[in-house]
Design a protein around this ligand. Structure first.
Ligand code: TR5
Length: 144
């Protein structure tokens, strides 16, 4: 079940909703993810930007005209942002800067959104830290 496709029920309690979401998505097991295969070029992806430490490629299920994922090539325990440690400060900064480079390359530097879903309650589905770079349309607020 795709977490984002779960219907919102006004009658369910917050706990029920949180439990439903948590059950609907993968847990953070620390196991390798599909992104390892993308990094190793075992599965094709549409790469937008790449350097020694960072890879950016188009999301397979775009939620906006531009939807690019920015990931560290070496996960180093960063299954989710909630697991970040002081040692991750440098790569976190590099990922955020790469998001800006992607926005420039994609022609959306004047207005774009960067999203990180951390954990099941945020509907994270792939446990390899990734930034979503979204734009090319009016991005609404508040997010769902
Ligand atoms: O839900 P979170 O925040 O964890 O975001 C995971 C994102 O990975 C989603 O937006 C998915 O659409 C995206 N995704 C999942 C797969 C995939 C992908 N983007 C590009 N290529 C992909 N492949 C080949 N396989 C996936 N399972």
């Amino acid at each position: 079940i795709q977490c984002r496709r779960l219907p919102f029920s006004a009658s369910a309690t917050n706990n029920e909703q949180a439990a439903a979401k948590a059950a609907a998505v993968n847990a953070d097991s620390g196991a390798p993810t599909i992104f390892d295969k993308i990094i190793n070029k075992e599965i094709p992806s549409s790469i937008v930007y790449e350097d020694e430490k960072v890879l950016a490629f188009r999301d397979i299920s775009p939620q906006a005209p531009v939807h690019v994922l920015v990931i560290p090539k070496f996960r180093d325990g960063l299954t989710e942002l909630g697991k970040a440690d002081a040692r991750h400060g440098e790569i976190l900064g590099q990922l955020l800067y790469a998001a800006k480079i992607v926005a420039e390359k994609e022609g959306i530097a004047d207005g774009f959104r960067v999203v990180i879903n951390s954990g099941a309650s945020a509907c994270q589905s792939v446990y390899h830290l990734h930034l979503h770079v979204l734009g090319g349309r009016q991005m609404n607020w508040p997010p769902g």
